[in-house]
Design a protein around this ligand. Structure first.
Ligand code: DX5
Ligand code: ZN
Length: 218
């Protein structure tokens, strides 16, 4: 079964405590937390104080997706705020290997996020250093966008490379995941489904989370 990581970018920010409680009671595996700086992506979301607050509201894994430049400046603070997994963008890191070492030395799992235009082959030489690839299936910066179909081929290619190398790297798919496309995404080789609007805009988010897990299992 895939791991389900609801993105709190789509939550009601006036009710983060209730939204967290709902996720705690649900079959969600991780909390996906999207940090945007208005430089790497054309949008600003939330940052350290919000993550610290959410950390107090859950014991589930906090999966922090940094869409920021110079992530090395903040890695330590995100650890302190409660991140369990910290993903940095391939396109934002001039010294990616160093960024990954920094994240691991701080005691977090290290993820690398890649934009839809970045060849998955760009990651091959660091796959053995990381725990997770956050493959963007939309252009990062906004929730509620449409899934880019080419992602399916990209998942297959990356899954093949990970398996061939005998590595234990999770593939997380982020952006436009729905009840309609979740089955194909998991069949192609994804392990983790991020879902923002599909979960939070649904009339029954807990039931939707369960359905995402089940659909992915078929
Ligand atoms: C987009 C973020 C996503 C976003 C997903 O830049 O990285 O995590 O919240 O939202 P949906 O599932 O609504 O596309
Ligand atoms: Zn994200």
């Amino acid at each position: 079964m895939p791991l389900i990581a609801p993105s709190l970018l789509a939550a009601n920010f006036l009710r983060l405590e209730e939204e967290s409680r709902m996720l705690n009671e649900s079959e969600a595996d991780w909390f996906h937390l999207d940090v945007m700086d208005g430089r790497f992506v054309p949008n600003i979301s939330f940052g350290l104080p919000v993550i610290s607050a959410i950390r107090k509201a859950t014991s589930k894994v906090c999966d922090v997706h940094l869409m920021i430049e110079e992530p090395e400046k903040y890695a330590e603070e995100f650890k302190r705020a409660g991140a369990d997994i910290l993903s940095v963008h391939f396109e934002a890191c001039r010294h990616l290997h160093r960024n990954i070492q920094q994240i691991k030395s701080l005691g977090m799992k290290a993820g690398v996020a890649i934009n839809p235009h970045t060849p998955v082959e760009s990651l091959y030489d660091i796959l053995d250093q990381i725990d997770l690839v956050c493959m963007m299936s939309v252009n990062p910066g906004f929730g509620g966008q449409k899934f880019i179909p080419k992602t399916i081929d990209r998942i297959r290619t990356l899954r093949g490379a990970i398996n061939q190398a005998g590595l234990d790297v999770l593939i997380e798919i982020d952006g436009g995941v729905t009840l309609e496309n979740a089955g194909a995404i998991v069949a192609a080789g994804a392990d983790v489904l991020v879902a923002g609007n599909t979960v939070f805009a649904s009339p029954d988010p807990k039931a939707t989370i369960r359905l995402l897990k089940e659909i992915g299992n078929k």
